[in-house]
Design a protein around this ligand. Structure first.
Ligand code: PBG
Ligand code: ZN
Length: 304
């Protein structure tokens, strides 16, 4: 009765990787229990998510064809658009969040347009808008821009409104740090940058105050939910955001955090169930309303 923080299946969003092709269910080596699914192999995992009563799914598409402009990101029959349509048709009760970013779709693996070795901010915005609009047209319930270009939330809000999607919320990856914790994800999503790093657009892990400025800027641009990412090494930022804004907060319990827990558990060095529930509880205690986590299905089983 006196417990201050309680986890609930509806707190969670479960990330799913969807790959082009047929009859594919590739295990992601550095993320035991996580797979890349072709659309025809999605039913089993979607059924599990539905039965678990999880808040929603977050989709990451892996296209076959990549080019400099990431054209499959906003193609009408792009892999993510197809996946959204499939889920809407067969699992209408699932809430669909789509990650909006170009890095899975660009041949250079960066989150935006590139000129030489420079990543272009403003030139990237129209592409992100096109991607967001085309995914919402396909049926996505919420868009989550993760590119970290300045001004993208305002641009996407305007683009969605103009297309008639005034009611579609934006969950902004607002305080997204340039982090080594994304390593396993980049294997899973085939999105490692071909040259350089993401430090010209993602944040320096040394800067907590700047993170709060980014969060404030995204709220002013029209974000409905703001996110801190990664989770565990940035709970101070999350807590501070919780104390200084009244917007709903999300946190992304990222691939590297998942991989570390799984590796230690596989060695018998930690009690996986207790560690996972402790970590997730800490994220909620620090102020997260929504937790995006690869542990979601396990956590729901353990909470039951
Ligand atoms: C795309 C994106 C990334 C993640 C979510 N969206 C990778 C990156 O920025 O390099 C990371 C998620 C994870 O590590 O689980 N920009
Ligand atoms: Zn990206």
């Amino acid at each position: 009765m006196m417990q201050e923080t309680r986890l609930h299946p509806r707190d969670f969003i479960y990330p799913i990787f969807v790959i082009e092709g047929e009859k594919i269910q590739n295990p992601v080596e550095s993320m035991p229990g996580v797979f890349q699914y072709s659309i025809d192999c999605l039913e089993n995992i979607l059924e599990q998510v539905r039965q678990a009563g999880i808040g929603g799914v977050m989709l990451f598409g892996i296209p076959q064809h990549k080019d400099a402009e990431g054209s499959q990101a906003y193609a009408q029959d792009g892999i993510t658009q197809q996946a959204v349509r499939f889920i809407k048709e067969h699992y209408p009760e699932l809430y669909i969040v789509v990650d909006v970013c170009l890095c899975e779709y660009t041949s250079h693996g960066h989150c935006g347009m590139v000129c030489g070795e420079e990543i272009l901010n403003d030139e990237t915005l129209p592409y992100l808008v096109k991607m967001a609009v085309s995914l919402v047209e396909a049926g996505a319930d919420m868009v989550a821009p993760s590119d970290m270009m300045d001004g993208r939330v305002a641009a996407i809000r305007e683009g969605l409104d103009r297309a008639g999607f005034t009611q579609t919320p934006i969950m902004a990856y607002s305080a997204k740090f340039a982090s080594a914790y994304y390593g396993p994800f980049r294997d899973a999503a085939h999105s490692a940058p071909g040259f350089g790093d993401r430090k010209s657009y993602q944040m320096d892990c040394a800067n907590g105050k700047e993170a709060l400025r980014e969060i404030r800027a995204d709220i002013e641009e029209g974000a409905d939910i703001v996110m801190v990412k990664p989770a565990l090494a940035y709970l101070d930022v999350l807590k501070e955001a919780a104390l200084t804004t009244d917007m709903p907060l999300a946190v992304y319990n990222v691939s590297g955090e998942y991989a570390m827990v799984k590796a230690a558990a596989a060695n018998g060095w930690i009690d996986e169930r207790r560690i996972v529930l402790e970590n997730l509880t800490a994220m909620k205690r620090a102020g997260a309303k929504i937790i995006i986590t690869y542990h979601a299905l396990d956590a729901v089983k353990w909470l039951a």
